[in-house]
Each structure stands twice: as C-alpha cells, then as structure tokens.
Design a protein around this ligand. Sequence first.
Ligand SMILES: [Zn+2]
Length: 120
Amino acid sequence: MRLPAQPPFDPEAIPTDAVVSRGGRELRLVWAGGEEAVLAAETLRLRCRCAWCTRDRLQERFPASFEAVAVTKIDEMGGYAVNIGFSDGHARGIFPWVYLRDLAREGAAPPAEDQTPRAA
Ligand SMILES: [Zn+2]
C-alpha cells in the first residue's frame, strides 16, 4: 500500500477560476496558462484523501462508486487547497490545488499508451 506523497506547494496550481456546475456534478477549473479541466464530483469523492476515506480504503470498505454525488460546497483553505463538501454528507476532504491539477491532467491524458491493436 502506497500513500500519496504530500504534493509541494506550487502557486501555478492555483486556478484563476473554479466553478461548480451542472448542479454540483462537475467542478470546472481554469488556470492562468490557458489550461482548463472539468472534474466530475464522483471523481473528487472517490479520490478524497481525508483520514476517514483513507481508513475505509485500508479496511476495504470504501465504495467503488458514488453515483449521483454532487459538490455542495467548496471553501478555500489557506490559499493552497480547498475543502469540498459532498451531497452524501462527506465534507472532511482537503484537496490541495496541486492535487486537483494532477487529477485533471490524469483525466485529460490521451489514451495513447494503452492503445492495443484491434487485429486478432
Ligand atoms: Zn474523505
């Protein structure tokens, strides 16, 4: 089991715009460099790194999905992170901007690496 390292603070990871849209189902982020990303609320909920979610993962009772979950609040924390609240009542997660940018890039990565030939 490998715990994610705490990402370093990177001022460039702070978006210029963070908008909750589609009734909380998505978080749209825009960075100064022109990069844009849409993170699904379910992705954020699944990737919550708080102590409770981490414990549930260790005990193998963390849900595999959070269907229809929505973001209900997003509060800035000290300039480097946001606290996100979800419609399932979970609001303990602190999401550093660096982490959200990593998640956004992960989701936006083209599937080039695992393109397997369809032949045979
Ligand atoms: Zn959590």
